[in-house]
Design a protein around this ligand. Structure first.
Ligand code: C2G
Length: 130
């Protein structure tokens, strides 16, 4: 049983998130997803997400290729989460390339190519200018 773990905010869920999660799931038997809490997001970006954490968790939980999702409360806890969920592989988009190499002592670390030309920032810009 190969367990994959990945992390994200998934705020204003879009096809780039779908592509990443589907490809992550295809690398193993189970996909576990850490969803950033609203407080973690605020501490990173000084703004709250458009969708609150309960709604973002609900969306991620509803995906057929996601087996489990949990609240990611702190960026510093990644090692604990990987161990707690017994993950064999950590998968992230390549905007994070190299950032999680420190976990190679406890799991495989894979960076997948991001989907070009789609981002939450761009979606927000399109909506607010229409
Ligand atoms: N992603 C992608 N293509 C896009 C946009 C996002 O492949 N066009 C990927 C990101 O690389 C990431 C995942 O989708 O692996 C989730 O993206 P975000 O919600 O933007 O996640 P982020 O805010 O980077 O939070 O602990 C790390 C954080 O929780 C990651």
């Amino acid at each position: 049983m190969k367990r994959i773990i990945t992390f994200g905010t998934y705020d204003v869920f879009h096809v780039g998130h779908v592509n990443l999660l589907q490809r992550a799931a295809a690398l193993g038997d189970q996909l576990i997803v850490g969803v950033s809490t609203d407080a973690l997001n605020y501490s990173k970006k000084q703004r709250y997400p458009v969708y609150n954490q309960n709604d973002r968790m609900k969306i991620i939980n509803s995906l057929r290729y996601v087996n489990l999702c949990f609240e990611e409360e702190s960026l510093e806890k990644k090692r604990d989460y990987i161990l707690q969920y017994n993950a064999d592989t950590l998968v992230m988009g390549d905007d994070w390339k190299g950032k999680f190499d420190e976990f190679k002592d406890i799991c495989e670390v894979v960076y997948l190519e991001r989907t070009p030309s789609v981002s939450t920032t761009q979606i927000i810009e399109v909506i607010s200018s229409s």
